[in-house]
Write a protein that binds this ligand. Structure first.
Ligand code: NAD
Ligand code: MG
Length: 396
């Protein structure tokens, strides 16, 4: 390799961002940080800049930018601070950048991720919400620019590794019958249904196997995460929703499986540590050390599987319906979920009400075609208004 690859990490201060920087730091001869972004916890962003000396840092607004710029100068760094979505799009598409880790959470990541796609970058996609919202348009943009799209979600990275070799060269999922998407079932898999009304945000975020940001942790508890992943899998692997089966596997050791027409089922296994899929995508098609401990099958001893219960996990049913409906439905599902989860994390709604809010929004707003990005953002905005109306009607 001639020179280190230059990487932009969008959402550097988050769980995925930090794991990415951990892997990058293990391979200074291969990777160099080009830009880092943060939204809150800007003192941590400063520490990351000191550690990785990027050319750019991106923060949400001017006052924060001035503060960070002063601190960087005082630390003897020449890192330039940019602001807002424009700054994010700039560092995602800069001609010097080789790869972009899209690890902003939620709809906020869509425009910067698409900017990276349109610039033909190698995309390491953690920000599943971006793909869920804009599916067809996103994939069209990937094809048009020739961008290489590599999934970071552990399940999708597993599926990608189990796909036919030619899949990555655009030759389709030849011989694939089904995708088996595994799910841990989260912290409430066995909680008595009557208690779900009283669970707290901290309980929802106490995931049994993974340590993640708070929004995706709540999504994992409700299994909306698996619903979003079902939609994500359909786009990434050119599958119909009916070809994606969700399997609860509480140990989170098998990260997903691909079922072929000859009866072969390929799986990818590993410890639940996001540095494995991150390393896989960073180095693809090569392999690098990720710092993840080798899997100890004797310590794990057994692997269990069960079918998901849609009464316990109504969000999974709602997501499957949105996947089938296509068009504006996934963007509305995602936006209603973002509003509902934020309200749950703020203590304004109870856990089972997350699904009630989403269901109401999907029932109220007709599904329409989305031919351009504006239509995606219109659907997103409508869903946010309707979810907001639910909250005000219930005095939250
Ligand atoms: P996180 O909350 O830990 O980090 C989110 C990052 O996005 C932070 O850097 C934050 O500053 C930034 N951010 C938040 N709101 C923003 C906004 N409005 N504008 C710009 N930046 C903003 O989340 P995470 O767990 O790292 O997840 C990031 C993404 O990766 C999500 O889409 C999630 O679904 C996906 N993902 C995460 C994991 C995991 O293990 N954490 C696994 C699979 C997929
Ligand atoms: Mg996942």
């Amino acid at each position: 390799m001639s020179r280190p690859q230059r990487i932009t990490v969008l959402g550097a201060t988050g769980s995925i961002g930090l794991s990415t920087l951990d892997v990058i730091a293990r391979h200074p001869e291969r990777y160099q940080v080009f830009a880092l972004s943060g939204f809150t916890r800007l003192s941590e962003l400063l520490a990351l800049c000191v550690r990785h000396a990027p050319q750019f840092a991106v923060v949400p607004e001017q006052a924060a930018a001035r503060g960070l710029q002063d601190d960087l100068r005082a630390a003897g760094l020449s890192t330039r601070v940019l602001v807002g979505e424009e700054g994010l799009c700039q560092v995602a598409s800069d001609p010097e950048v080789d790869a972009v880790m899209a690890a902003i959470v939620g709809a906020a990541g869509l425009r910067p991720t698409l900017a990276a796609v349109e610039a033909g970058k190698k995309i390491l996609l953690a920000n599943k919400e971006a793909l869920v919202m804009s599916g067809a348009l996103f994939m069209q943009a990937v094809r048009k620019s020739g961008s290489v799209l590599l999934p970071i979600d552990s399940e999708h990275n597993a599926i990608f590794q189990c796909m036919p070799q030619d899949f990555a060269r655009g030759l389709g999922a030849v011989g694939v019958r089904r995708i088996l998407l595994t799910a841990s079932g989260g912290p409430f898999r066995q909680t008595p249904m009557a208690e779900l009304m009283h669970v707290t945000p901290d309980q929802a975020c106490a995931h049994p196997n993974w340590s993640m940001g708070r929004k995706i942790s709540v999504d994992s508890a409700s299994m909306m995460n698996k619903g979003l992943e079902l939609i994500e899998a359909c786009w990434l692997f050119d599958a119909k929703p009916s070809q994606v089966e969700v399997v609860i596997h509480p140990q989170s050791v098998i990260h997903s499986l691909v079922d072929y027409i000859d009866g072969s089922v390929l799986a990818q296994l590993g410890n639940p540590d996001m540095r494995t899929p991150i390393s896989n995508a960073l180095a693809w098609p090569e392999r690098i050390d990720s710092g993840v401990a080798p899997l100890d099958l004797f310590a794990i001893a057994r692997l269990d599987f069960q079918a998901p219960d849609e009464e316990r996990f109504p969000c999974l049913r709602l997501a499957r319906q949105a996947a089938e409906a296509g068009n504006s439905a996934p963007a509305m599902l995602n936006a209603a979920n973002e509003v509902a989860v934020a309200a749950f994390l703020d203590g304004r709604v109870r856990y089972p009400e997350i699904a009630s809010i989403i269901e109401e929004v999907l029932n109220l707003e007709p599904v329409v075609a989305v031919d351009d990005l504006e239509a995606v953002f219109t659907a997103d905005a409508k869903a946010r208004v309707l979810a907001g109306q639910w909250l005000s009607r219930h005095g939250r």
